[in-house]
Design a protein around this ligand. Structure first.
Ligand code: GLU
Length: 487
């Protein structure tokens, strides 16, 4: 049986994009589901735009998401090298074969000549494709071009009147006609292969069985199939996954939210949440349940349930999913994730002491239920630092005008001052004793204390609020409130 081998083949021309991550994920899911391998290949032939920095960003982002590969530029493998610029010799051999068989030819047309051809074709209402001028140059004509110092490209001779049929695993049968395709460049004048050419040789030599990639490559596929056939290679299975659109149905762009994976990491999204969200961009699970672990997704994944229509990127949904994962996380993990943000905003020192870490733990326990991304903790915490209490609204401020408020706050202040340890139990017992002593119902006790301490009517447990403020600051905040209500 043929081995199952999939690949993710990013061009390192920028950070890993959400769309790229989704392609990588679908390849990964299918490879794992079918018990196959995932290969990472770096398509770095665009010398001007490619960089190692982008490559590293792509690798780091994939690793962060938990998408791992079996072969690639970092881990090696039997079918390397895994960067296209390290494979130029391989391409050259095949180019020679195609040239020898007359399936490819040198083209000496200059950019200006090609532009003129395009304009002429357009003026005549035709398809602006290469007109085949250099298809059958005589040796003398070639020599003349060479003598003029022209550097040729290599073009593929597209066979005439041929139907190219793609049996796409997502889109079904798609048919192209070779007349719609002009002889295209396979090797540029600097000797570097074009995408459509290198991809065919690499996918073949790397024994790729399934090519899962974005729909925007569908129009490249007939060119690639022609090359597979010309080189006598077996054509892999193709699956073109739909575009990702913004909520307004235009192509996903910066307007719809961050476009690179690293930005999501920096904003405090959890990788499992991003993976879960990306999986749902085009694929749908069988059941109702949408919060799925990577293992569950692998188990359920199949191309049959990948939609043909575009996927819509809904940031609200990502926030919701992320919130769900935050609630399921251990507080210890949340602390690890939150510490860098808390340091950056000056809530913790550069090297947090054990006490500061304890404080961060209280903070994360307090806000675990409320956060939809980790970074937001720095906003939430604002109400619980500093001397000044900001009332969230007039209604909150009005709580302190209740008749019984001064008495409640005074009693609370004395009891808190006398409290040895702030724990959920000691705080609860204290509040109960206030209710009993003053003969007041719960909310007449809790609410003024809560508002005096945080300026808000809702929020984390009072014990956590007191813990985060620390006893001294809590007492000072109560005093401040007392001053306000007593005058
Ligand atoms: N380097 C191409 C890209 O990043 C790969 C396309 C493919 O998967 O064939 O779009």
């Amino acid at each position: 049986m043929e081995e199952i081998r999939l690949r993710f083949a990013p061009s390192p021309t920028g950070p890993l994009h959400i769309g790229g991550a989704r392609s990588a994920l679908f390849n990964f899911l299918l490879a794992r589901k079918l018990g196959g391998k995932l290969i990472l290949r770096i398509e770095d032939t665009d010398l001007e735009r490619s960089s190692r920095e982008s490559e590293n960003n792509i690798l780091d982002s994939l690793q962060w998401l938990g998408i791992n590969w079996d072969e690639g530029p970092d881990v090696g493998g039997a079918y390397g090298p895994y960067r296209q610029m390290e494979r130029l010799d391989l391409y050259r051999q095949y180019t020679q074969q195609l040239l020898d068989k007359g399936m490819a030819y040198y083209c000496y047309c200059t950019e200006e000549e090609l532009e003129q051809q395009r304009q002429e074709a357009l003026a005549q209402g035709g398809n602006p494709m290469y007109n085949g001028k250099c298809r059958d140059l005589t040796p003398e004509e070639k020599q003349k071009c060479e003598a003029e110092g022209r550097k040729p490209v290599v073009r593929f001779r597209v066979p005439e009147n041929k139907e190219i049929v793609i049996n796409d695993l997502v889109r079904g049968q798609v048919v192209f006609k070779s007349e719609e395709i002009g002889d295209f460049v396979i090797v540029k004048s600097d000797g570097i292969p074009t995408y459509n050419y290198a991809v065919v040789i690499d996918d073949t030599l790397m024994k790729i069985s399934h090519v899962v990639r974005a729909e925007e490559h569908l129009s490249n596929t007939p060119r690639q199939i022609l090359l597979y056939e010309a080189l006598g290679f077996k054509v892999p299975q193709f699956a073109h996954i739909s575009l990702i659109l913004g909520k307004d149905r235009s192509k996903m762009s910066k307007r719809h939210g961050a476009t690179s994976v690293v930005q999501y990491k920096e904003e405090g999204y959890l990788p499992e949440a991003v993976v879960n969200f990306l999986a749902l961009l085009g694929w749908s699970p069988e059941g109702e349940k949408e919060i799925l672990s990577l293992e569950e997704i692998i188990q359920q994944f199949s191309l049959d349930r990948v939609a043909k229509n575009p996927a819509v990127f809904d940031l609200e949904k990502l926030l919701w999913i992320n919130g769900m994962y935050i609630r399921e996380s251990s507080v210890e993990r949340l602390v690890e994730l939150a510490v860098p943000y808390l340091i950056k905003e000056g809530y913790l020192s550069e090297n947090p002491s054990p006490e500061e870490r304890e404080w961060a733990k209280l903070v994360m326990s307090a806000f675990q239920e409320r956060l939809s991304k980790i970074k937001d903790v720095t906003e939430q915490i604002k109400t619980l630092v500093g001397e000044e209490v900001h009332f969230e609204n007039e209604e909150a401020a009005a709580v302190l005008e209740q008749e019984t408020c001064p008495l409640v706050l005074r009693t609370f202040k004395d009891k808190l001052a006398a409290l040895d340890e702030v724990t959920p139990e000691t705080v609860k017992t204290m509040l109960k004793s206030i209710m009993k002593e003053l003969k007041l119902k719960g909310q007449f006790v809790y609410m003024p204390i809560r508002v005096a301490l945080s300026g808000q009517q809702h929020g984390p447990d009072l014990f956590l609020i007191i813990g985060i403020l620390g006893k001294d600051l809590a007492l000072r905040r109560i005093e401040r409130a007392l001053k306000k209500v007593s005058c």
